[in-house]
Structures are given as C-alpha cells and as structure tokens.
Design a protein around this ligand. Structure first.
Ligand code: HEM
Length: 426
C-alpha cells in the first residue's frame, strides 16, 4: 500500500535495460556472472532497482537491501510468489509454493518440527552421524569439498528426515530414494516439455514427474512404518498424510544438500580471511565463529535470490511497479549494498560486532519475513557445529586463494572448478 509520503509525488518508471536474455548478452549475465551483472547494471542505471528482460519477460531486478526487505517483509498484500503448475507438478502443494491462509496454516502445523527441543535432538543425531565422515577427511590425499559435503548431507537428510539407518533394513530403500531424488532434481532444471513415447525417450521433466510418483510411494511406505524422530513428530501434527508426504519430498530433495555443500565450500574458501581468529589449539570464540559464518552467508549466499510478482500497481522504493510485473531479488546484490554494509566486498567478520551489529535481518540467505526458510535454525546450528569440530580437530590447506576462485551461481553458488582441500589432524 502507498504511504502518505508516496501519495504526494508521482513514482518514477523503472530504469530500463536494453539487453535481453536472448538478443543481448547482458541479461544473460544474470545467470552466468551475478556479481559482475549487479556491479555493471548498478553503475549503468545509477539505481539498485532496474528493469531487464529475463526469458523475454520484462522483469524488475532488485539489489537494494531495503527494497528486498520490503518485498520479503510484505504481508502478502502487494506481492505473491506467483509459481505456476510447472513446479507444483514436481513438488505438489508444498509450503514454498502455496500462498495466503493455506501457507499460514501449513507453517503453523510444521512449527513443532523445528522447535528448540527438536533442534537439540537433531544436533545430537547430527554429531553422531558426522563423526566418521569427518574423521575420514584426513585419510584422503585431497578432498573435493563441494562433492564430499553434498554426498554427506544427502545421506544425512535421508537419515534425519526419513529416520533410515545406514546399516539397517532401510538401507536399500534409502538408496532407491537417493536415485529417484536425483532424477526428480534434473526435472526441476529442465524445460517443461511433457512428452513421453512408449519405448522411446522421455523428457527430463517427464522423467522427473514419474520419479516424483515413485518417491511419493516410497516416502509414504517409510512414513507408515516409523513413529520415531522427525517422522513421529510429523505424524503428530494436524497435517493430512498427503501434506506430510509433500513436505518430506521437499526435505529430502537434492536442493538442501546442494545448498549445504555450498555453505561448507564457502567456509573453506574464505578461511584465509578468518584463520587468524583461531588459536594454536584450534579454539575460536563462539562470537567470532558466529560472525565468520554470518560473513559467509552475506558474501556467498547459496541461492542467487528469489522471485515475487506484483499483485497490483505498487511502489517499491521510489519506483512504480505495474501489476503483474515479475521481480527478481538478488541476494548477493542486497548483501553488498554499501548503504547497509560499508566496504561491502571485504570479508570482515568484525562488522557484525560493530557497524552491522543487529543487522542479521538484512541478510536474505534464508529469505525473510513471513516466508523465511523453516529449516534455517536447523541448518545454521548444524553448520556451526560441524565447522567447530573441523576447526578444533584439523588444520587444512585450500588449493587456491579465494581471489582466484571463479564462481558458478546455478543452481547453487560454488567454484566453477572443483576446490580441493588437504586436511591434517591437529
Ligand atoms: C542451506 C540450506 C538452506 C537454504 C540456503 C535455504 C534457503 C531458503 C530460502 C532462501 C527460502 C525462501 C524463499 C523465498 O522466500 O523466496 C527458503 C524457504 C523454505 N525452506 Fe529453506 N533453505 C535451506 C534448508 C532448508 C531445510 C533443511 C528445510 C526443511 C527441511 C527447508 C525448508 C524450507 C521451506 C518449507 C521453505 C518455504 C517457507 C515458506 O514459504 O513459508 N529449507 N529456504
């Protein structure tokens, strides 16, 4: 809704970009070199909100920290998620795709799963299950950290969310699910060509829809046979069995392990900047470790950003956003907005103690507002615990300085070429 101040003046039209996704290389750079795209566009338009074409559709790009906050903290009156059936066929009516009262109800039902007491029990489980994989790190001559932590977190998600034990009767089921999750994921990235000829090939999307159907059956079987841990807690919510399965489908999707592996990789990649905060015995204060991790979240958000659609003509910052306009917000841009983060490209954990103390809400790595990531606390506490164990038990060498690491942004941020780390026990 427009404020009194906004009503007294006419909002401006968005600065327009001449480049287009197909005809100009500039729009395309949004997907290939986000940091460069943001820097050059902000310079060109002298604005942190501007319009470009994404997949031929005029789209507002938002890299101003305050404007991203306005989008995410909107109460649903100005913007909607605007996802179409393409994603719904792959994930069902799961929380991140639904809107309004339906989303509110679902979030409310899921709340007990992420309550403080549950987080503590997941931590115990996580510590126990990561003991061996972490000890094994020193046995490898060098570790491709993204690949290693992606595989470990996939196994971990299956264990935590489906309660399967690696050596028990459910090991085979777990393997079946892991293979289907991978096929399902390739459909998320594919163009939605829904064709299938018997005895011939089928599109990645079609395969993903088929994988989803099989996954739903396997997850349902697991849900019905176990009352322990996460599954037990999920079954005690008011959600229907169908909604429980849909939530599990998201929880074991490939997206979460990829995002977690991205965070782990950035933690190693940035270590030259924060190693001086660790003493000779491998001790780092809790405050310093939290600040290091906040700085990793700020400069290396796994997901490029997100999307909203204007529900009606509205005003963002000083700009008019016509009804139906898609808006893409870019986390890396919002997190390097000099209006909020002085010396924005510098990795400086101490900013969280001084000039940015209390500014955690200005990080959008896990979204913000009413639709903030429901797994945020679970991920942050688990990540911090793993990082603390690594710091206290190992020293390591990263094969390249962070300045020499070229980044890839989709589907999650990570080095273009594998980043190798050599671990030594302390
Ligand atoms: C490193 C790991 C993760 C990252 C970086 C991440 C990031 C995000 C982000 C950015 C959003 C907001 C999207 C938007 O508003 O456009 C989100 C939403 C969501 N996340 Fe996560 N997430 C992670 C892990 C998890 C985990 C472990 C779970 C649950 C098991 C989870 C469940 C959800 C759900 C259900 C939503 C939708 C919430 C809603 O719309 O109300 N995420 N996540």
């Amino acid at each position: 809704m427009m404020t009194e101040r906004q009503r007294c003046w006419t909002p401006k039209a968005l600065p327009m970009d001449s480049g287009s996704f197909f005809t100009g290389e500039r729009g395309f750079r949004l997907f290939t070199d986000v940091a460069d795209f943001v820097e050059s566009k902000v310079k060109e338009h002298k604005s942190r909100i501007f319009q470009t074409r994404v997949l031929l559709k005029p789209t507002a790009i938002v890299v101003s920290n305050s404007a991203v906050a306005a989008l995410l903290f909107d109460d649903g009156s100005e913007y909607e998620l605007g996802y179409d059936d393409y994603f719904k066929r792959l994930f069902g009516d799961t929380l991140f795709l639904v809107e309004g009262p339906e989303a509110k109800l679902l979030r409310e039902s899921l709340r007990p799963l992420f309550a403080e007491s549950m987080l503590q029990s997941y931590q115990v489980e996580l510590r126990e299950r990561m003991r061996r994989p972490l000890a094994d790190l020193a046995k490898c001559p060098r570790v491709n950290v993204y690949k290693y932590f992606k595989a470990q977190s996939m196994a971990l998600c299956l264990d935590v969310f489906l309660g399967s034990s690696p050596n028990g009767a459910s090991a085979q089921l777990k393997e079946e699910i892991a293979a289907l999750v991978s096929t399902h994921w390739h459909g998320v990235l594919s163009i939605p060509l829904d064709f299938k000829f018997p005895m011939l090939m089928s599109s990645a999307y079609r395969k993903a829809v088929d994988a989803r159907e099989k996954l739903v059956k396997l997850i349902l079987r697991r849900l019905r046979e176990s009352d322990d841990g996460f599954l037990g807690c999920l079954k005690s919510t008011k959600m229907s069995e169908e909604l429980q399965v849909q939530f599990l489908l998201l929880a074991v999707s490939a997206l979460i392990p990829k995002a977690f592996a991205s965070l782990m990789t950035s933690f190693f990649c940035s270590s030259e900047h924060w190693q001086p905060l660790v003493d000779d015995d491998g001790i780092i204060s809790d405050e310093n470790l939290s600040n290091v991790l906040l700085e990793v979240l700020r400069l290396y958000p796994p997901f490029m950003g997100g999307r909203r659609v204007a529900k009606r003509d509205t005003v963002l910052d000083t700009y008019l956003i016509p009804r139906g306009t898609p808006l893409v917000y870019i986390n890396m841009g919002a997190h390097t907005d000099p209006a909020v983060f002085p010396d924005p490209h510098c990795f400086r954990p101490f900013r969280w103690k001084h000039e940015n103390s209390g500014d955690q809400r200005k990080l959008f790595t896990f979204g913000g507002g009413a639709r903030t990531c429901i797994g945020y606390k679970l991920i942050f506490s688990g990540w911090k615990m793993i990082c603390r164990i690594l710091i206290s038990e190992f020293t390591w060498e990263v094969d390249r300085a962070s300045a020499d690491v070229k980044l890839k942004y989709l589907p999650v941020l990570r080095p273009k070429d594998p980043l190798y780390v050599k671990f030594r026990p302390r």
